[in-house]
Write a protein that binds this ligand. Structure first.
Ligand code: MN
Length: 148
């Protein structure tokens, strides 16, 4: 990873690997790509990533101690933060607090791309248990929204 990376027309960056997740049973995301834009340097205690969710796809439903700061870069969709679902579009900003369930979905006909800043030192994401899903499902808006 270099000091400067140039964006290409298609929301990829020169020299940055485009990591595509496989869609297999047991995985908890669908049609999501990830690119790490920040340098691999101890001088920068965070990482800046760009995720893109294809239409109909979704990120992992998860929570963790570390926080996310997300900035929508392109497209439109919805995101769950705690017990609220927000419609999001380009340049909307979303803060995910500690231990808060979250999920991004590209609910429209276009990809949902977002930048996400995260601490380099961070705990592993936790996936919902059956009990967690039951609790989440108590809120009808959340129950309809989440994908696992
Ligand atoms: Mn997360």
């Amino acid at each position: 990873m270099k000091t400067f990376v140039r964006r290409r027309e298609d929301f990829t960056w020169d020299g940055v690997p485009l990591l595509a997740y496989k869609e297999e049973p047991g995985t908890h995301f669908r049609q999501v790509t990830r690119q790490v834009l920040s340098p691999d340097s101890a001088d920068f205690p965070a990482e800046l990533r760009y995720f893109e969710v294809a239409p109909g796809g979704h990120s992992t439903l998860e929570r963790h101690q570390h926080v996310h700061m997300a900035l929508i870069g392109r497209g439109a969709g919805h995101c769950l933060v705690g017990d609220e679902v927000f419609a999001v579009g380009a340049l909307d900003a979303v803060m995910i607090p500690p231990l808060t369930w979250h999920q991004f979905r590209a609910t429209g006909s276009e990809p949902l791309g977002f930048f996400c800043v995260v601490s380099r030192d961070r705990d592993r994401p936790r996936l919902p248990t059956e009990d967690d899903l039951k609790a989440l499902g108590a809120n009808p808006a959340v129950k309809d929204f989440i994908r696992v």
